[in-house]
Design a protein around this ligand. Sequence first.
Ligand code: NAD
Length: 345
Amino acid sequence: MVIKVAINGYGTIGKRVADAVAAQTDMEIIGVTKTRPSFGCDLAVRKGYPLYCTYDSEEKISAFADAGYVCHGGLSGLLELADVVIDCSPGKVGADNKKKYQQAGVKWIFQGGEKHAMTGMSYTSCANHHENMNAEGTRVVSCNTTGLSRTLMPLYNHCGSLKVECTMIRRAADPGDSKKGPINAIKPVLKVPSHHGPDVKTVKPEIEINSMAVAVPTTIMHVHVIIATLPEGHGLTTESILSMWRDTPRVVLMNGAETGITTTAEVMEFARDIGRTWGDLHEIFVWDDGVKLEGNTLYYFQAIHQESDVIPENVDAIRALMGAEQDWRKSVAKTDAGIAASLGL
Ligand code: NAD
């Protein structure tokens, strides 16, 4: 069976998820929505994704035709055809959309801008794929929480317990966003602890974690400064932790001194060289010369490409909800191979 997937909200995340889904052999995009005719519609048309209006109002739908786009109808019509809808709307409009999905009887996946309390389930491939099997809906956690889960889960699986303090150095805005800041300031997030660390508990409640966050004037990547306390008798060394992460899907390790990749600017240049669309980096980037285990305390940095680490996770989440693949590692391998093949990589 080919899973029919709708994208509600064809923006930064929505356009990327659409391509990742279209790259899979077991799923297809049956339509994407835009709120109004704008430049993003051209991309959907070029990719061959049927275009729908986010709303059912005849006036809003006909505005697409007036601007020269073929619009196949409103959200309700799209939901009638779908098995699962990926909601990529901006955060905090999800509760209204969820009612529509439930009325239409389709499965739903929200993004990290929505609260766990609204969805009741959250998802990261490496942490809780199995718990999400056949669920009605879920929320793919934020880019930061996804990044924390990727490197902390293998440590937790080895140690059986983990206490973590981390600082999120956050990009101020996405590259395509002209409305947010700061542009010449460093802005501490005064809600302490920040939501990022505790959000890991929505996918792995056993990890004890807190975080603080600071927004800085850059549009490319977040950096995490992480200090993890391992339990007595952990039996790990810095080298064995590096080797554990080398075996972890969607984590990439590089030596800053040897490669010359010492800042997020070079990480992004490296990502552009790989050849994924938009210069995306789905993997979490860890500098291996910035990792040190001293006794029970592990110190490390990691960089997160905010617009793209969650993209393959959405594909895996579809397989979990549809009961299509029980083994998260098999789903991850299939997702990543599909994306690579679609790009000829
Ligand atoms: P975006 O603003 O780039 O795109 C959102 C799209 O949804 C736009 O096309 C907008 O027109 C459309 N939209 C507006 N209202 C809508 C509604 N009521 N229903 C459906 N669609 C609507 O936002 P984004 O950056 O793609 O973020 C989408 C979600 O992904 C948010 O929850 C965000 O927190 C999360 N997320 C974003 C990033 C990132 O770096 N951009 C990373 C991880 C997660």
